[in-house]
Structure formats: C-alpha cells, structure tokens
Design a protein around this ligand. Structure first.
Ligand SMILES: [Ca+2]
Ligand SMILES: [Ca+2]
Ligand SMILES: [Ca+2]
Length: 390
C-alpha cells in the first residue's frame, strides 16, 4: 500500500514535464496581453486580449503580462495572490505595453480599509508602468517580498498611495514583506476623508528588512510624503532605505486643499519611541507643511546623509533624541520662516544646518523646483533649471 503515493507523485511529475514541453492544455502562459476591452475567456494574445484578473491566474512563473493603454474601471480589489510567485532569476512581470499608459481606476470603490486597489501578495514580481488611482484605500499594497515596483504612479487614493505591510493579522513577523524595491515611481494627491492617514509612500507598522525606495517622488499628499511608523503592539519594523528621492508639498493637495489633521512631514522616520536604524540618504525635502525630515520619536542610529531640506514649515531637520549619524546634510530657507534644526546625535562639520542663516551650499537651491525621470530611471531634480541631485 506504500506504492500508491509514489505512483501518484510520478504521475504529477510526468504531467508537469509535459506541460513544460509545451502542451497547450492546462499550461500556464509565458506572455499574455490585457486590454480594457479584453474578456476573461479570450486567449490573451495581442489580437484577443484577456482581462487582468484572468491573466494573473494564468501567467506562468517568470512570464509577462502586458497591459495595453487606456482606462480600466474596477470596483473590486485586484489581488496577485500569495504563492503565485516568480523566481529570483525570473520575476513575473506585469508591465505597461511599451509606450502605452494603462490607468487602473478604482473610482467605483467606496472609502473603506477593505477596498484597496492592487494587492501584491506574491513574491518575485515586477510591476512596471502602471497608474493606480482613486482606490477606496491604498492604491497599491505590497504584502509579498522580493518584488520590484517601477515607474508606477499612485494618485488620488483614499489612503496611502503605495504601502508595504503584512498580508493579514495572522502573518508572522518573519513573513512581513522584505527586500522590495520601489523605484522611479510617483505618489501624489492621496487623501483620506479624515485627512490624517494618506501618505505618498509607507513602509510602516508591519514590514521586514531590506525594503528600498530609490528615485521616487512623493508630493501633495494630505498626510506625509513618506511614513515609517512603527508600533509597540506589533513590534519594530525592519530598517528601510530611502535614497535619491524627493518629497515636496505634502500636507497640501495640488488643488490647495489642506486638513488640520494631517501630519504633513516630508519624511516621517519613526513611531512609539522604538529604535530602527533606517538609512536616509541623497534625498530632498521641500516645502512640506511640517518638518522636512523628522525622527518622530525614533531614538535609533539612523544614517542621515547627503540630504537637502528647504523651506519646510516647522523644522527642516527635526531629531530631538537618538544617536543618528548626520553627514553632509544641507538646510536652507528662502521663502518660509521656520524653526532652527535640531540634530541630536553624531553631527559633524560636514553638515550645514539652519540656525538662522544659510550655508554656502544653499545658493544651488534658490531657484524654482523641477524634476523628471531620466530614461535610465534616475530621478533628476532641478532648482532654477539646473540639475542638483544631492
Ligand atoms: Ca488602510
Ligand atoms: Ca497621520
Ligand atoms: Ca502618515
């Protein structure tokens, strides 16, 4: 009787080998095309595009789903489920068709914590070139690990535009999302009706180690640009890296709307007086409604280096406690009077903090702000038309 399971296992193995050899029936597809007019049962070819949800269920590990341009109107969350993983050598890709702009519009959702736009719960996926708008909660929520989110725009969602966090309350801390990269992406005009939760980007509450934001832009969100809040009841999050990024105008939407409930920081780097050693480098904070960079009670040893903070309403750099290491940071004021910087920790003479006057480096940052992504994906920030990447 011990033989039967062995026979069954051999049968399964043989079946999967046949599928890999190209048998069409039941085989997952390596390339699928999706369009706003696609149907679930369509083949997913360029001439017979399918739907996004059907493609997610049919794509092979390491395959590519192309989203044609246009507006996709959704009323339900689109989930890439846990277990539908790519591999470390071949990420499964969900990409805009080259040169086109797919917009996933969740306007039909009501504002509710259960109404996220896109949930990425799998590992080893690459999202590229999508815009996700008007979701009833987060635009994109990443609960999986080892994913790349690139050239994405999250806007007008009713909680944080792009947030990382655990899949569910039963997810153990060892399975919190880790090693995700969010790169060359923009998050703006996210606003919850309470005016206190919607940040541009957040890796907060329940996130693991190795998550990185690079070349990203967060602006005009109702709460913070970035939020790395951590709480006693769930335990410390893993250290996050935010680098070569820009955070501006948070606390005021593009249309001028403000809400007194908003925290309005450029980069909010802590919570509940828990030490987490984040790395924050080569970033710019400009014209945010409260602090530019704030420790927000994080007493740890953060790396705070090569950042520039300009004309934020309260402090450009606000670190009241801790042992963070500050190197080559620059703080300037031109149009907005605020409070002196406070940088408790290891701050040497390479910094030019603001305590009433501008340092020599500020002359590079006196013009009007502009930014764009280079074809390489690198973020170029300009002041007065001149690239001044710190
Ligand atoms: Ca939420
Ligand atoms: Ca808040
Ligand atoms: Ca926040």
């Amino acid at each position: 009787m011990h033989v039967r399971p062995v026979i069954a296992a051999v049968g399964l193995l043989a079946g999967s080998l046949v599928a890999l050899a190209g048998t069409p029936a039941q085989a997952a597809s390596t390339v699928l095309y999706v369009s706003p007019s696609g149907t679930d049962s369509a083949a997913g070819t360029q001439s017979a595009p399918t739907t996004l949800t059907a493609a997610i269920s049919r794509i092979a590990a390491g395959g590519t789903i192309y989203l044609r341009g246009g507006t996709y109107a959704y009323s339900s969350t689109v989930t890439i489920p846990a277990g539908s993983n790519g591999t470390s050598g071949a990420l499964t890709t969900l990409s805009a068709y080259p040169g086109e702009t797919p917009v996933l519009d969740f306007s039909a959702q009501s504002e509710s914590s259960s109404n996220r736009g896109v949930q990425l719960f799998a590992n080893y996926w690459h999202l590229y070139g999508l815009t996700v708008e008007h979701a009833g909660d987060n635009g994109i929520y990443v609960g999986g690990s080892n994913n790349v989110v690139e050239r994405v725009v999250t806007a007008y969602n009713r909680d944080t535009g792009l947030q990382l966090g655990r899949i569910s309350s039963s997810t153990s801390s060892s399975a919190w999302p880790s090693n995700n990269l969010v790169v060359s992406s923009e998050s703006h005009d996210n606003e919850d009706s309470g005016g206190e939760n919607a940040d541009g980007f957040a890796s907060k509450l329940t996130t693991g180690t190795g998550n990185v934001f690079r070349y990203d832009v967060s602006h005009n969100n109702i709460d913070d640009g970035w939020d790395l809040y951590t709480k006693t009841d769930t335990g410390a999050i893993g250290p996050v890296t935010i680098e070569y990024s820009l955070s501006y105008g948070n606390g005021t939407l593009t249309d001028g709307t403000q809400n007194a409930n908003g925290d309005r920081n450029g980069y909010k780097l802590g919570g509940d007086a828990i030490a987490v050693n984040h790395v924050v480098q080569h970033d710019i904070a400009y014209d945010n409604g409260h602090h530019g960079f704030t420790y927000n009670s994080n007493p740890g040893t953060m790396t705070i280096s090569n950042n520039v903070s300009i004309d934020n309403t309260e402090r450009n750099f606000s670190f009241d406690k801790g042992t963070s290491v500050f190197r080559t940071d620059t703080s300037c004021r031109f149009a907005v009077d605020g409070s002196n910087d406070k940088t408790v920790g290891d701050a040497d003479s390479s910094n030019q903090f603001w305590t009433g006057t501008n340092g020599s480096r500020c002359s590079s940052y006196s013009g009007s702000l502009g930014w764009s992504f280079a074809s390489s994906g690198k973020l170029n920030v300009t002041f007065g038309g001149t690239v001044v990447n710190p």
